[in-house]
Design a protein around this ligand. Structure first.
Ligand code: ADP
Length: 429
């Protein structure tokens, strides 16, 4: 381009020189200069006009021009060609992206900052009954009128997915922020999966109930036989009796779990007094322990066992069951004369109820799996101590229902600390 401008400059200088020479010859220097420059300006205006027409509809055929204009057309045509190529590439990528999102079984909706719909795929159209022409630009909560969904959207806390029922269908929704305040909503119809879950839960609950009756009958007969038997069969009968007690415990814990899973949401209008809860769990632990360990109860507030720490929103019976399970485990997995401490503490994130022991501890790799059903670090030791492998699964289920979490810190041979952490929103102020 620099050489073209240089050429154009030379042309203009030569043109002026020619005009000066001609002007001097005819003694009309000013008139020649004026007329020559006017011709030059008109010629450039003419070319500008042609360029603006060509730009409105660029094509391969560029006008017949010379000088700097020829070069401008050449550069512009190549720029246009490059852009056309990039646009074609982008269109094909966009088409491929649209094809893949259209084929997605998940309903996908793109929202802008104001929660207005920017785009959605056919699955979303079907699930939420959206109209491609009418609903683009509409606020999503004016079209998906489900209070739970609207709250979720307005709260803007999308760490956990949301499940809600819409026109008889169970829907799982997750929202991912992207770009400049935009959101990608993806929704799945989980009606069938949830029905299967219900069936599985019902099956476990029914099977547990059905097993209980024959077990009670067996237990009765074993007791009867134990009274009648001689020394040779006494021992085997004792073993059978121990196993029926164990089976009965597994069954009742399975029933507890099934009840918790199918129970309606926790009634948050009710409150639980932490002092009463901890005192009762403590007394129960003392009687279960029969003076084999040093069990201590402490409240953070002035270290006084009678000082109220707080009141929690939730279900007393469920929380009592969770704390009892943790205390029973501490007793089970702490050698005689070891220390066990039950304590509550309030902090800036909420309230924690913890059971700390100086027992056998757990190595790190087992910790993430402890709340799985029937997961035991040492199956032999657990059974020997009367464990079922369901206790911590029950604790987790109860804490999930109370929007709380279980934090486990443990080291082999040093002891464990199991803390139930309740958020600030669970504390009655
Ligand atoms: P279990 O009925 O076998 O005790 P849980 O679900 O209550 O089942 O606990 C799962 C496993 O976690 C136990 O088998 C045990 O190995 C380990 N565990 C639980 N609590 C403690 C504890 N306080 N100290 C050491 N290990 C523990």
């Amino acid at each position: 381009m620099a050489s073209t401008i240089r050429r154009e400059l030379i042309f203009v200088i030569l043109w002026i020189l020619l005009l000066l020479v001609a002007g001097t010859l005819y003694d009309l220097v000013f008139e020649f200069l004026f007329a020559g420059l006017l011709v030059y300006v008109i010629w450039n205006f003419y070319n500008l006009n042609m360029l603006s027409k060509w730009l409105a509809n660029p094509s391969k055929k560029t006008p017949e021009v010379f000088g700097i204009w020829d070069d401008i057309y050449y550069q512009l045509y190549h720029l246009y060609k490059r852009q056309r190529k990039a646009r074609r590439k982008l269109t094909s990528i966009l088409k491929r992206f649209q094809k893949s999102t259209q084929a997605l079984p998940e309903a996908t909706i793109a929202l802008n900052k104001a929660n207005e719909i920017e785009w959605f795929n056919p699955a979303a159209r079907q699930m939420f009954n959206l109209h491609p022409g009418l609903d683009i630009g509409q606020r999503i909560y004016n079209l998906v009128r489900q209070p739970k969904f609207v709250n979720y959207l307005l709260k803007k806390d999308f760490k956990k997915p949301l499940e809600f029922t819409l026109k008889g269908k169970k829907i799982n929704i997750s929202i991912t922020p992207y770009g400049d305040g935009q959101y990608l909503v993806s929704a799945r119809d989980i009606t069938a999966q949830s029905q299967l879950d219900d069936m599985r839960r019902d099956f476990i609950s029914n099977a547990s109930h059905e097993l209980r009756t024959p077990l009670t009958v067996m237990s009765g007969y074993i007791e009867y036989l134990q009274d009648k038997t001689d020394d040779t069969t006494k021992h085997p009968l004792e073993k059978i009796q121990q196993q029926t007690v164990r089976m009965d415990k597994i069954i009742s814990e399975l029933i507890d779990l099934a009840k918790l899973e199918s129970a309606s949401a926790v009634d948050y209008t009710k409150t639980v007094d932490i002092v009463t809860l901890l005192n009762e769990a403590y007394k129960e632990a003392l009687s279960f322990d029969q003076n084999k360990h040093h069990i201590e109860l402490a409240f953070e507030a002035e270290g006084s066992a009678s000082k109220p720490a707080a009141e929690l929103y939730g279900c007393y019976e469920e929380l009592r069951m969770a704390i009892s399970n943790l205390l029973t485990n501490a007793i089970r997995y702490t050698p005689e004369n070891g220390n066990i401490k039950l304590y509550a503490s309030t902090h800036d994130k909420g309230l924690s109820i913890c059971v700390q022991d100086s027992g056998v501890g757990i190595s790190e790799e087992h910790i993430p799996r402890l709340t799985e059903r029937f997961y035991r670090v040492d199956a032999g030791r657990s059974s020997e101590k009367g464990g079922t492998g369901l206790g911590l699964a029950i604790v987790k289920q109860i804490l999930d229902r109370h929007s709380a979490s279980l934090n486990i810190v443990s080291k082999p041979n040093e002891g464990s600390n199991f803390c139930c952490n309740f958020p600030l929103s669970s504390i009655k102020s």
